[in-house]
Design a protein around this ligand. Structure first.
Ligand code: HEM
Length: 312
């Protein structure tokens, strides 16, 4: 089976010991990224609260940005009610219904499917309207977004709250947070799977395609932590308050963990850190894979049919 080589995307830092950059320590080796993700002295950077119904309020209310003492209870909201097998079937059915006349049009429509399927199950009264608003929130979800994107996100959070069924504010916030977490990352995985899927044999299982795309072209390239005290990370002395940028894209190609790291493998090594690790690791990993598999299976089948059709 001929499989491609996928070189690192521009901007992926080279591997090596943690290096101090403008934005804190850049951490690239697999062992160092994993150590930081699972070290309770490395915490998610704290976020400022804002008026109820703003994107700053949403950030301060969701598990993703919560301090350790609020994290576990908030994390429990949402994912447990979702069944990956049912999500996969629903994603495949919806993708079949919305296929376009060209593969580009189909992909554009299909990348919204995970969000629509999740929104239908998480409560907002009008899933299609909610999906549009969620995309606006996603653009300013992480701290540091510009003022215009933040204003759009504030309006979108207010619209989402109006669409949501009655529930305690923190429960609603965490359901919305789950939609935001899921939206761009799963759409990015579908985009990358379609792009790289053209270079792999038709017979390659979609699960293998997704696993290697997550390793070699991750839709989430990095995450952040702050050190709460002085510690040693990969031989470097990190001081209390130092920021850490944990680069999944570099760690997933660490030659200390995977031989010939740029080569697409038919037997994924299962070492990718794209879903994070430890108590903050993605609780939606199985859900993301189920949704993406449902969508990508249908797209791969449809593009095969289109090619065969055009040969006749
Ligand atoms: C390819 C798709 C996805 C990728 C690559 C991804 C990746 C991640 C990563 C890396 C984190 C942890 C960030 C950190 O430790 O700083 C995270 C957190 C999270 N993800 Fe995902 N995710 C994906 C899809 C999803 C989906 C589909 C859901 C929901 C069904 C979801 C729900 C969440 C939630 C709620 C958190 C916050 C967890 C917490 O606060 O403990 N994600 N995700």
């Amino acid at each position: 089976m001929r499989l491609p080589t996928i070189t690192a995307a521009p901007g992926t830092p080279p591997g090596g010991p943690p290096a101090l950059g403008d934005d804190g320590w850049v951490v690239t080796r697999h062992a160092d990224v994993l150590a930081a993700l699972t070290d309770s002295r490395c915490v998610v950077p704290p976020v400022a609260d804002g008026p109820e119904g703003s994107v700053a309020w949403l950030r301060a209310s969701v598990s993703r940005f919560s301090p350790p003492d609020r994290h576990a209870a908030r994390r429990a909201v949402g994912v447990a009610a979702l069944d990956p097998r049912e999500l996969r079937l629903a994603a495949a059915r919806l993708t079949e219904r919305i296929l376009g006349s060209s593969s580009e049009e189909s992909v554009t429509r299909a990348r919204r499917v995970p969000l629509l399927v999740l929104a239908e199950r998480l409560g907002p009264a009008d899933p299609a309207a909610a999906a549009t608003e969620v995309s606006a929130v996603a653009a300013a979800y992480h701290p540091g977004a510009d003022a215009a994107a933040t204003r759009r996100a504030d309006r979108a959070v207010a619209a989402l709250l109006a669409l949501s069924p009655p529930a305690p504010a923190e429960v609603t916030a965490n359901r919305l947070g789950l939609l935001v977490q899921a939206a761009d990352a799963t759409a990015g995985l579908i985009d990358a799977a379609v792009r790289h899927g053209r270079a792999v044999p038709d017979g390659l299982a979609t699960a293998t395609l997704l696993a290697e795309v997550l390793r070699l072209d991750p839709p989430v390239r990095a995450t952040r932590r702050v050190a709460t005290c002085a510690l040693n990370l990969g031989g470097q002395g990190v001081r209390a308050g130092d920021r850490l940028v944990l680069r999944f894209d570099a760690a997933n190609r660490d030659p200390a963990v995977i031989a010939d790291p740029d080569r697409f493998r038919a037997d994924p090594a299962g070492m990718a850190l794209t879903f994070g690790a430890g108590p903050r690791g993605c609780p939606g990993e199985r859900h993301a894979l189920a949704l993406a598999t449902g969508v990508v299976d249908v797209l791969r089948h449809a593009s095969g049919t289109l090619i065969e059709g055009s040969r006749r």
